[in-house]
Design a protein around this ligand. Sequence first.
Ligand code: SF4
Length: 1643
Amino acid sequence: MAGALARATASAALATRPTVATRQNRARATKAPTRVAASASLRAVGARATSMPSFMGLKKSAALPRFRSLRDSAPAASPRANAVVTAAIAPGRPPYAGGVVDNEQLLEESDACGVGFIASLKGDRTHKTVQDALTALGCMEHRGACSADDDSGDGAGIMTNVPWKLLEKYAAENGIEGFAEGSSGVGMVFLPQDTKQAAKSIEILNAAIEAEGLAVLGWRDVPVDASVVGRMAKDTEPVIKQVLVGGGGATDDELERKLFIARKTAEKTAAGEDAKMPGIAENFYVCTLSSRVIVYKGMLRSVVVRQFYEDLQNEDFVSQFCIYHRRFSTNTVPKWPLAQPMRFLGHNGEINTLQGNLNWMASKEADMTHPVWDGREDELRPICNPAASDSANLDRVAELLVKSGRAPAETMMLLVPEAYRNHPELDATYPEVTDFYDYFAGMQEAWDGPALLVFSDGKKLGCRLDRNGLRPARFWKTSDDYIYVASEVGVLGDVITRAADVVAKGRLGPGMMIVADLEKGTFMENTEIAKEVAASKPYKEWLEDVDVMAAAEPAGEPKLDATQLIQAQAAAGYAAEDVTMIIESMAADGSEPTWSMGDDTPMPVLSGRPHLLYDYFKQRFAQVTNPAIDPLREGLVMSLEMTIGAKGNLLNNDGAKDIPAVSIKSPVLFDEDVDALLAIKGLGAERVAATYAGDGSEGALAKGVDALCAAAEKAVRGGSQCVIISDKDGDKDTPAIPSLLAVGAVHHHLIAVGLRTRASLVVESASAFSTHHVACLVGYGASAVNPWLGLETCRQWRTSSKVEASIKRGKLPNMSVADVQRNFKAALNAGLKKILSKMGISLLTSYHGAQIFECYGVGPELIDKAFKGTVSRIGGLTMDDLAAETEMFASSNFPGEGEMLANVVARGMFQVKPGLEYHANNQEMSKLLHKAVNLGGKGDGDEDAYKLYQAHRNDRPVTSLRDMLEVVSDREPIDVNEVESVADICERFCTGGMSLGAISRECHEAIAIAMNRIGGKSNSGEGGEDTQRFVPIDDADDNGKSATFPHLNGLKNGDVASSAIKQVASGRFGVTTSFLMAADQVEIKVAQGAKPGEGGQLPGKKVSPYIASLRRSKAGVPLISPPPHHDIYSIEDLAQLIYDLHMVNPKAKVSVKLVGQAGIGTVASGVAKANADIIQISGGDGGTGASPLSSIKHAGGPMEMGLVEAHRTLVDNDLRDRVVLRADGGCRSGLDVIQCALMGADEYGFGTVAMIATGCVMARICHTNNCPVGVASQREELRARFPGAPGDLVNFFQFCAQEVRVELARMGYKSLDEIIGRNDLFAQVREQEGLSAPGQPAKTSNLDLSFLTTSSGQGNKSSDRRKMETHGDGRMLDDEILEDADVKKCIESEGTHVIKKEIVNIDRCAGARVAGAVAAKYGDEGFGGSLTLDFEGSAGQSFAAFTVGGMHVRLVGEANDYVCKSMSGGEVSIMPPPASTFNPEDCIIAGNTCLYGATGGKVYMNGRAGERFAVRNSLAEAVVEGTGDHCCEYMTGGCVVSLGRVGRNVGAGMTGGLGYFLDEDDTFASKVNGEIVTMQRVCTAAGEAQLKTLIEAHVEKTGSPKGKAVLADWDASLKKFWQLVPPSEMNTPEAADVVEEAVSASA
Ligand code: SF4
């Protein structure tokens, strides 16, 4: 094992170090290509790389690290790279001076990483601690990434004690006096390369230090080996020096604070110098200035940190602790200062709530004071800086709190609170902890998102995990009193050799913390720490003054008459469908309505009809860099609680006066709740009228908004802590200011005048009736919303004769008027949670004011007034344009003199209605297309009919942004015969991911066959495929019929019904090893167009027995795909999944599907760095499946913007040639293809139109299973009506390709290659500047589409990109195994063989490639031999993923996350080393998300596992000795036995399979999510036999002492087991004969 460690950390090993792994030695001896350790020496690799072939010709076995292969062909210092770096370091952005955050800045940087620490609790300061930390850091290389040169790390570093021994020796040798521990400090400083700027920086820092009464004792050049710095990092490499500071008598905390102020002063002075010396503010950076800690870091790879900083090799560099960090940034040109650790913490994860946190911190800082600063707080502001990363900003806030006297543990608790609601253990045992969290919930919104935070102030060292537990965090303690924490176990490679020394192993669960006191040598775990912190102040007493407002009883009668209602609705902008399809539906069902087929209406700013202001705002959503969370099954971490009132001093809070006076459970208020607020004494709630003079005069709305802001300010200055912005007084002459504009303007005005935290904003809004509307209002500052007209609409609906009649007929339940209002509110609440969850935010307080939206069609005047910082890239509406739309609504309630409205008008936003809003997919279009393709496989298509279809498409009203562009070629036309062929063009066509289940077998297979015929690619969607389809058809007769596929028409021999692209999505339905091996490409669907950030759902009626068999589920049981991929919570997780897929099938390219939104370029860069082969960009309007209406309409940006941004960012960062870009969906004709090509796409996806071409008639009832033509139904009789045949689609695509050829010829170009990325051939269609073009609405006159018409270059390389070989990862452990002659023989001849291997954590996905090789030959369960892989050590992530039948995988040691992911068969057993002294049942042996999406096999773990054990398991059986939260979540089959304690939320969303849980302390019932499952004792012989057999096998395979003990006293043990049974298993022999036992099971 020592050898294995050395191999893993060869790097870490100095060049002279002789020890290398046994396996590596062998490889070298035979000159065979060697699997490259993540930590392999950079120089050595670089030397090998120079003789490697370029990437295009790269052999997969080449010994290259993950990305180096791609860049070998790049010149050492290309002009492009230089240009990029220059742009990155000199962006021309002024230094941040505080105030509202520009969201554009936040979109440029996202990161995620690997992190850990080592510390001696005994207080030993040793050089070994530093060396071990560097070794561990070396084993984290795969969790980080590099710039486009594959050499410049995104960042790596360590934090230690100040190395006094080393520096005191230096001081003595250099005659520096007075430098000593206890009375001095040290600054680690990055200085600009420019000598003048460097000198100025030193001058600035010297002055700042001396101004605090401290002494600059000297400056030390930090010795570095610059030769290990990558090319791009070298361009920005700072000059690194240390400043030695004398304390001038100050010591301890006083000295720390003086050093802190000196640093802040220097930073501000440098920022002030930036105008004179551009760049100095960014390039002068103080890593640390402290008397306790120091940080050594840089834009380095893990493995070269030790080589770069020569100090770290010096034996005199000793430390008691060492935090280490490796960074993966999606930004391709990260900066040296953003490497971590920061000054206080190191962060693995992403802060999803950053925008809100920064805005609120800016609002709060004026009131943040503390006596320790002696009135100098202003010198510490601004606290945050949006140009820095999320980690850096969290660090800034945490550092300030700690320096102001808060304990580090308390600081982390209030900034990153755990999910303390519904926490039985806390409630019962530590209620004071709940009080602590409740108190601070009113003052400090959570910094929420996946986060493993390690931190230290030099005296305390700790680690905190986010409330969802979304990052891995393992810790272990040794008998010599050392404590270790790491993102992964095995980073020291000593699991076997030090087995006897380990006294405990654990993991951090959601919201947990550990802290070591470095002075006292103590170590505390979560509850102890929380209790100590919570007991320090009388929080319970302070909370007694808070008014916890319960929801009032809503009115029992309508308040308006019918005419008044319609007038009010019309004035507020309601359309008839808003009332009937949205409000009434929510009132009736308590949930949002669903719809299908995406949004095919014009964007609001392109529409000829007026829109509510909300419609111009799109919700942002999480993708890749941060995860969506699951509001359905993991809602226990979510909360809509809000507070109303003034917020106090975060630095020095003291009692109830510092927190808001009122607490509410939901931001949706009934009218009566507003009355209650007005009545609360001391709150001083005051209404201000949001109306304006609607006389049509220029600037009238702007004046009204200014008056509103002044009134709100006056109210706050007068002492009101609650300003109620009300539109109730609006009428025809004084229309309501749109609520969103009103609240945004007041919010920003109060920020500007420094009053924002003194009062909350509540909105009475007529126009707010949907979840999106309420989300917008809260997102721009409202603490609560009273949707008074929506509620009145509910009341009127309930009392209407229509509803009365329906209730009498039993068509509706008998609901009271109050009930329907509560339903409406419940629907709004649920929708709000969904909107939060898609951004990965758990708490509404963190969403509040966070402005997590982007605008399409809102001009700068409005943005500056009310939505400062919101991304709005194409301009649009002015204040007067908005007034015109508003007044159109306001005046519409009086259509003519003396006339009254009978009803509000319809606008046709959802359904196609004659004379109303245009829909791109419509019945006329489908008829034309059916004629063109000659629907039914009747031979060739009709060219003339296609021309009619083409004209219908190409002459449509402006619908999407590209309709505002025209192609203006720079060449003369050429003959079409000179243009590339139809066949060549067709190869670039793909169809969208439509699952078998959502659409019928007939349609799915017809599309696949058609795409295979033309050389394009169909996409399986999520749900698996029948293995029958993987074999070419050879029994087609002359009539096009086949006995194998009797349900299809128009078949030919040689047809293949297998989709070339196999989709892997969050549900993992049907993702077996053989499915993946049958793929040409594997698509990771991160987001989908119709509802980005959300999951899918297949209604139970669509889950036919056939569909259920493919998805390994139960017929008739609905299938929910939760929004998060449980193996992608960060960019490095995506990199891991891409790695896994490349491992199992090294031939299949991996694509990542994204949906357009601002910032997608940064995400795409991260995805390219994560080694994807293809990136797909969808628009937010696509999608065919069922989705909530509000999601279809209000989430996701236009495909054009996303595509152009992704292409441009990839080009700018030298990454474009790594990936193929695919525009996904939205194409309907050859013109779309040309437009997408000009915007940068190499390939083109067709979604809905592929369904239409095979028979869809656009009835839009896909989600009902009643599709009249069998396209989207699983009903036999309807499927029999399917009219299509593969030839129909072939005809369509050939017409399309021909259209492309004709257009290319017209443009004078011979191939798509030549025009890809040539945005400069676009011109915006407009009559003249400032005016819209004929046919376009007037409001388009201020649109500026230069974002789309500016060239990004990169022509003529597309074909090369498309021909690239599948990206490789170098040589792997599995490659060694597969080369073993006996293994080969075993697989070939189905023999028996056992192979033994050592394993360390860099050996990721071990066993997967072997599994793929077996599955390719025998399928998932067909292998008749027995191949045993026997491992010893610490397995890297995804151990034994994709294992198939006939494989036996054994691990002695420990494993990380994702063990047995997508396992399809076989057997896996894991046990601790025999020398271990701990009880296995008490210790962690495997990480999070084990068995994710497993479809078969058996697993035995002699130890505990982490969170989400067996999530999505569908057939595997497992025995484990305890798990974290969410065990068996979304399980659809199989069996799980736990012999130890489990966390919360067991069985959430579990629709199949059984669970057995040993409950020795009677706590299990409180952990179960009883929404679906029932718990019962084991009451049948079959159940007992199943349980006992599995435990016996567990003992046999692992020797489990716990298992033996259970079996030894079986009768008594059996009584302590609970059986978890979903309804679908109720009648099975294992679960039947239920003995009822009264248990309240809830989570
Ligand atoms: S015809 Fe079928 S597939 Fe097409 S929209 Fe209607 S229900 Fe959906």
